[in-house]
Design a protein around this ligand. Sequence first.
Ligand code: PMP
Length: 373
Amino acid sequence: MYKKCSWVNCITDKSKKMKKHNFNAGPSIIPEQVKEQTAKGILDLNGIGLSVMEISHRSKEFSAIIEEAASLLRELLFVPDSHSVVFTHGGASLNFCMVPYNLLEKKAAYLDTGSWSSKAIKEAKLFGEVEVVASSKDKNYTYIPKNFTIPANADYFHITTNNTIFGTEIKKDFNSPVPLIADASSDILSRPMDVSKYGLIYGGAQKNVGPAGVAFVIIRKDILGKVTRPIPSMLDYRIYIENGSLYNTPACLSVYGCLLMLRWLKNLGGVKAIHKINLEKAKILYDEIDRNKLFKPTVPNEEDRSIMNVTFVMADEYQEKEADFLQYAISQGMVGIKGHRSVGGFRASIYNPLPMESVKALIKAMKEFEAKL
Ligand code: PMP
């Protein structure tokens, strides 16, 4: 019965034949080599006769995995000794609440650059006063606000370094008079960062770090322990640091995937090397969006354009061609380029593992579609 189902066969056959160009925003593309190594570890971890999914999180094998993952993240980002690296549960979103839980005594300052910043602000308001120093909501978050003052009496200043939905990015490391906290979910490891300038950097793993299921947090230890409220253990960063992220059972398989992806990045030459490639990928794609008469970028200021999430829409006179282009791009193997509903149009997420070849394939599809009209 199942065998006769031609629809299932058709999908399977087609997807086997056509090379996919995975522009998903997250969970997103994982290098082939990392998928293969993960698959091996699922069947038999390093020849021990057991799966990575069926060993104790307290075993020497798993301790080696989580320790190497943390130390590779540290090495790749040149994390100074003043900071700890831990893996938490609940994605970036749980950190929206863990940050104020651990750090907000009276007042915190936030920069509002999109939906994820707004969600972080909403959580912080549960814990104290929040001053939004600037917002780009007036123009549907198509720019990064420039002229604002960080209040010196705030407990910390929170930014979202890359706005996954709106395609804007803060590419420099701010000087802040108070601890600088960054949600770097969608641009961590894409460019060199001066970690010493940050009090805390966090994010969900599922873009540049590895598979979904785990969040990374880099914390300057001396900013902790200053709030007067009691903190539940699983929300207390100190508990994660004291227990090497093993206070309870972590997402073992996801941590293993992160380790393999971090090794992949190290072998490729690290963050500096991937940054060079990322700049090239972003440049050729933005150049085509600027050149092609059918499209226009959603972020006018080049300085604010994300090198991870490239957002664009149809030019005004070609609005009615949006669905046709999407269909054409899909027919050419593009996956995940439909824009978020709050922006519309298209979004090409070009994270670290996305090869140059895929960006070129998208550009080719854009040119071919233009030539057809
Ligand atoms: N912040 C940013 C910038 C994101 O892109 C995302 C997810 N796409 C989140 C936070 C939420 O992450 P999570 O799903 O891991 O909670």
